[in-house]
Design a protein around this ligand. Structure first.
Ligand code: HEC
Length: 136
């Protein structure tokens, strides 16, 4: 291979890598895919920690413990104060978590739920979901 050809390939690869990461950035926030767990952890500390524990063996607080929440049935811990989620039959996958976090009252269909926090930005929800996936 000539030196010129080698350089040309190198440039092409660099461009491809740069544009694919730009594309991932544009997709940021699509239902929990590509979320950033580290950012999610920070956000969680600010907005969720007062009501939820995340450690293995953690206790319920104002809301249920969230260790292992992704993939489990909604409202299925021994937390006593589920209002919206008990018996809802849904499973916490990315799409359901995204809907719940965006607007718990609306998604759960129960205005009395004590989960008051709405997460309006899709990117923040994606980060939170990525973080919750690490709780296992
Ligand atoms: C004021 C307290 C409060 C805050 C703040 C809060 N939650 Fe909740 N959360 C609750 C309560 C109460 C429930 C149970 C909802 C129900 O059934 O009515 C709940 C339920 C959940 C569930 C479902 C748990 C299960 O066992 O099915 C998830 C997931 C969740 N919250 C995530 C979050 C995240 C992420 C945040 C931060 C953006 C957050 N919550 C902020 C109180 C809170």
């Amino acid at each position: 291979m000539t030196k010129e050809k080698f350089l040309a390939i190198g440039v092409a690869v660099a461009v491809a890598v740069a544009s694919s990461s730009a594309f991932a950035g544009a997709k940021d926030g699509a239902k929990g895919e590509d979320g950033d767990a580290k950012k999610g952890a920070k956000y969680f500390k600010k907005r969720c920690k007062a009501c939820h524990s995340v450690k293995k063996g953690g206790k319920h607080k104002i809301g249920p413990k969230l260790f292992g929440v992704v993939g489990r049935k909604a409202g299925s811990t021994d937390f006593k104060r589920y209002l919206a989620l008990k018996g809802s039959g849904i499973i916490w996958d990315d799409a359901n978590l995204d809907g719940w976090l965006a607007d718990p009252k609306k998604f759960g269909g129960n205005k009395k739920t004590k989960m008051s926090a709405k997460t309006k930005k899709a990117g923040d929800r994606a980060d939170l979901i990525a973080f919750m996936k690490t709780l296992k």
